[in-house]
Design a protein around this ligand. Structure first.
Ligand SMILES: [Zn+2]
Length: 279
């Protein structure tokens, strides 16, 4: 079964964990040494080595600064998708602010490579019960797919009990296909995250591999997996402060690329558009 591999293209100072604990704000971003081009090229090399194509959810801010990088991603045959412009949590924005951020991001990405993104992923999976209104705005902005809902319990994101399979959602502006991030159901009341990112980085490889096998074989469901360029960049500056933020952000950076290479070799992966084609 073909699973989805996705890369959220952002710099080491963009994750919500870093923004929330470091005191660094968007007005500081231009003054920080950027590492996103080199780290993303390492992702492209990794995927070329494992002959894998994936979906790259690109931050509009990155696309506006490094349009050549967006063209490199497209030229390598990957799907071009959108990860907002300023990496703000959707439930902290008004619908109008979300619309403006999304339009700005989609414009920056299509100006860079000539491709209008059709798939969206919210920063930190911040489409939750209190921000479901965002889906209608995504349809208005031309999106056909969203992958922003994590069907788990977490302090910042997640809709516990939400369906784990991809499905169409009807909004007043039209339908959109929601592709939730991979999660395994352990019992009627317990679902555990598998999605990649920190869970792949912090836990043993066998945890993620067993989760994908269970989804593919028992549940007959493709797994939607993600990671970030900064997760394979062990030499990034450590901006996050506080024990939990530092652990979530920096633990396991040294072994992540090796784990990803093993994962991409062991399972079949493709783009979100290929796995879930039409609305
Ligand atoms: Zn992100």
């Amino acid at each position: 079964m073909k699973n989805i591999i996705s890369v959220d293209v952002e710099d080491y100072f963009h994750p919500s964990e870093v923004q929330g604990s470091s005191g660094v704000s968007p007005s500081d971003w231009d003054t920080l040494p950027s590492r996103v081009e080199d780290a993303t090229r390492r992702c492209l090399d990794l995927m070329a080595r494992t002959r894998t194509h994936g979906t790259f959810f690109i931050l509009g801010w990155v696309a506006s600064r490094y349009p050549g990088l967006v063209r490199e991603i497209a030229a390598a045959g990957h799907e071009i998708a959108c990860h907002s412009f300023l990496h703000q949590l959707v439930y902290d924005l008004s619908p109008q602010q979300f619309r403006e951020d999304t339009r700005q991001a989609a414009d920056a990405i299509s100006n860079a490579c000539g491709i209008a993104p059709r798939a969206y992923r919210a920063p930190s999976y911040s489409i939750t019960k209190r921000s479901m209104w965002a889906l209608e705005i995504l349809v208005e902005c031309g999106f056909t797919h969203d992958s922003s809902i994590y069907p788990i319990v977490h302090d910042r994101y997640g809709i516990p009990g939400y369906p784990r399979n991809a499905h169409a959602i009807t909004t007043p502006s039209g339908p959109i296909i929601e592709v939730p991030v991979a999660a395994v159901k352990l019992s009627e009341s317990r679902t555990t995250p598998v999605g990649g990112g920190g869970y792949l980085r912090l836990l043993p490889y066998a945890y993620t591999a067993a989760g994908i096998r269970r989804l593919n074989h028992r549940d007959q469901m493709p797994a939607c997996i993600y990671f970030h360029p900064w997760e394979i960049d062990p030499h990034q500056p450590r901006l996050a402060s506080g024990a939990i933020a530092r652990l979530r952000t920096y633990l396991g950076l040294g072994s992540m690329e090796r784990k990803l290479e093993r994962l991409l070799g062991e399972f079949e992966f493709s783009t979100l558009a290929q796995v879930h084609s039409a609305v």
